[in-house]
Design a protein around this ligand. Structure first.
Ligand SMILES: *[C@@H]1O[C@H](CO)[C@@H](O)[C@H](O)[C@H]1NC(C)=O
Ligand SMILES: *[C@@H]1O[C@H](CO)[C@@H](O)[C@H](O)[C@H]1NC(C)=O
Ligand SMILES: *[C@@H]1O[C@H](CO)[C@@H](O)[C@H](O)[C@H]1NC(C)=O
Length: 383
C-alpha cells in the first residue's frame, strides 16, 4: 500500500502563508521607536512647551547676550518679553479693592513684567509657555531632568492606567476629611502606570510648574487643600551634595530627611523667587484673573503662592514643583550692584561667576560646549 502524501499545493499554501505572515508582521507591527510620543517633545527646541519667554529689561543687554548664548548651546529657542520699571506704572493700573499704600517700584515692576508675559500667553492662545527670568542658568543635562520631572508629574496627577478615578497619590486631587496626613513616597524607579497625556508631555491637568525657585516646602501635613504625594528620585547625579544646597525655606526637609543626591517632585507649598515657571493656557488665564486683576498686595512670587495654595481669596490651583530646582540664579563676575536693577546689592565686587546649585552649568561651560570638548566643569564636585 502506498502512503498517501498531502498534495503539493497544500505545502505550497502553508509556506506562502508563513512568508506572508512574517512579511506583514515585520512591516506593520508598530515598534515603540517608530511612534512619536508627547514625551519626545521635551527634546524639542522649546522643551515640550509651545514657547519659552524670557522676562527682563531691554537695557540689560548683558543678560540678553548671556541667555541667547545659553539657549543656543542647549538647542533652545527663546523670545524676550520686556521688563517694566515700576515707576512707569500709574496707580490706576494697579488693581485694588481697598485703600492702601502703593507697593515699592521693584515689586511692582516685577509683577507687571510677569503679567505681561502671562497676558501674551493668553492673547496668543499658546498651549503652554516656559517663562524664565533673564539671570538664570541650568544644567547641561536639563532635557533629561525635565523628562524625569514630566514622568514624576504624570505619576502625581494622572489617573492610574484603566482606572479613571484612582490616583497613585490617595490625597489627589484634594485631601478629604479622612485622608492621611502623610502618604508613602513614590519612587522614581518604580512609577505606577498612568493614563498617558494628550495635551502636554508634562501632563494634562496642571496650571503652573514652578521649576525655578530659591525655596519650597513639601506640603504641610495639616494643609487641607494641597495633595501630599512626593516622587523621590534617588541617586540623581545632577543633584549636588547637601553641603552645596541651600534654601530660603527652613526646615530644609529635603536635606534633613533624604540621602545625598535626592530630587523630589511634589505640589507647591510656600515657593520663593519666580526664577522659572511654566504655565498652561488654562493656568495663564487663571493667573490673569487671580493675580493680574486682584489686589496686588505682595511680590509676584508671593502672589503665585496665594494662587497655588488657595490663599487670600483665591482658589487653589494645580501647581507642581521640584527640589532642588532646575533653574537657578547665575551670578556673573562684576560689581555687585549689577546683580539687580530693583534691589540694593550695595558696593563690592564679585571676582568669579557662579550659578547656585547647578553642577554642569551651561553658562560656565560655554568654552567647552563651543569647542565641542568633552571635559565638562562640575561646579560642585562630590567630596
Ligand atoms: C534630541 O535632539 C537632538 C538634536 O537636537 C538629537 O541629537 C538627540 O538624539 C535627541 N535625543 C533624543 C533622546 O531624542
Ligand atoms: C515642542 O513640543 C510642544 C509640546 O508637544 C509643542 O507644543 C511645540 O509646538 C513643539 N515646538 C517645536 C518648536 O517643535
Ligand atoms: C485656543 O486653542 C484651542 C486649542 O489649543 C482652541 O480649541 C481654541 O478654539 C483656541 N481659542 C481661540 C480664541 O483661538
Amino acid at each position: 500500500m502506498a502512503v498517501r502524501h498531502p498534495p503539493t499545493r497544500i505545502y505550497a499554501a502553508v509556506i506562502i502563508s508563513a512568508i506572508l505572515l512574517i512579511y506583514v508582521y515585520s512591516n506593520f507591527t508598530p515598534t515603540k521607536a517608530k511612534f512619536h510620543t508627547l514625551l519626545d517633545d521635551i527634546n524639542n527646541s522649546t522643551l515640550g512647551f509651545q514657547e519659552i519667554l524670557v522676562v527682563g529689561l531691554p537695557s540689560r543687554t548683558d543678560r540678553r547676550d548671556g541667555m541667547s548664548l545659553q539657549a543656543a548651546l542647549s538647542n533652545m529657542n527663546i523670545k524676550f518679553v520686556d521688563g517694566v520699571h515700576g515707576s512707569s506704572i500709574p496707580d490706576k493700573a494697579i488693581p485694588t479693592t481697598f485703600e492702601r499704600e502703593r507697593m515699592n517700584d521693584a515689586s511692582l515692576g516685577s509683577w507687571r513684567a510677569h503679567m505681561n508675559a502671562i497676558q501674551e500667553v493668553v492673547r496668543r492662545n499658546l498651549t503652554s509657555a516656559l517663562i524664565l527670568e533673564d539671570d538664570t542658568d541650568w544644567d547641561v543635562r536639563l532635557k533629561q531632568q525635565l523628562k524625569d520631572f514630566s514622568l514624576s508629574a504624570q505619576a502625581l496627577t494622572h489617573p492610574l492606567l484603566g482606572s479613571p478615578n484612582l490616583y497613585a497619590d490617595p490625597t489627589y486631587p484634594t485631601p478629604s476629611a479622612g485622608s492621611p496626613k502623610v502618604v508613602p513616597d513614590l519612587s522614581y524607579d518604580q512609577l505606577p502606570s498612568t493614563e498617558p497625556p494628550k495635551i502636554s508631555p508634562y501632563g494634562d491637568n496642571w496650571d503652573l510648574l514652578w521649576i525655578g525657585h530659591c525655596g519650597m516646602h513639601f506640603p504641610f501635613e495639616d494643609n487641607r487643600l494641597i495633595p501630599k504625594g512626593r516622587v523621590i528620585h534617588h541617586a540623581d547625579a545632577s543633584v549636588a551634595q547637601k553641603q552645596y544646597l541651600w534654601t530660603f525655606n527652613i526646615p530644609f526637609t529635603l536635606k534633613e530627611q533624604y540621602p545625598e543626591h535626592t530630587r523630589a517632585v511634589h505640589h507647591v507649598q510656600e515657593g520663593v523667587c519666580s526664577l522659572g515657571y511654566a504655565v498652561s493656557q488654562k493656568g495663564a488665564r487663571k493667573l490673569l484673573h487671580e493675580i493680574g486683576l486682584r489686589d496686588v498686595t505682595d511680590g509676584f512670587d508671593i502672589l503665585l503662592r496665594f494662587f497655588c495654595e488657595g490663599a487670600r481669596g483665591r482658589r487653589r490651583h494645580e501647581c507642581l514643583t521640584v527640589q532642588p530646582a532646575l533653574f537657578h540664579h547665575h551670578r556673573a563676575a562684576g560689581p555687585l550692584s549689577a546683580s539687580s536693577d530693583i534691589g540694593d546689592h550695595g558696593a563690592g565686587f564679585r571676582d568669579a561667576s557662579s550659578t547656585d546649585m547647578v553642577r554642569w552649568s551651561v553658562r560656565l561651560n560655554a568654552d567647552a560646549l563651543l569647542e565641542g570638548d568633552t571635559e565638562i566643569i562640575d561646579q560642585y564636585p562630590d567630596t
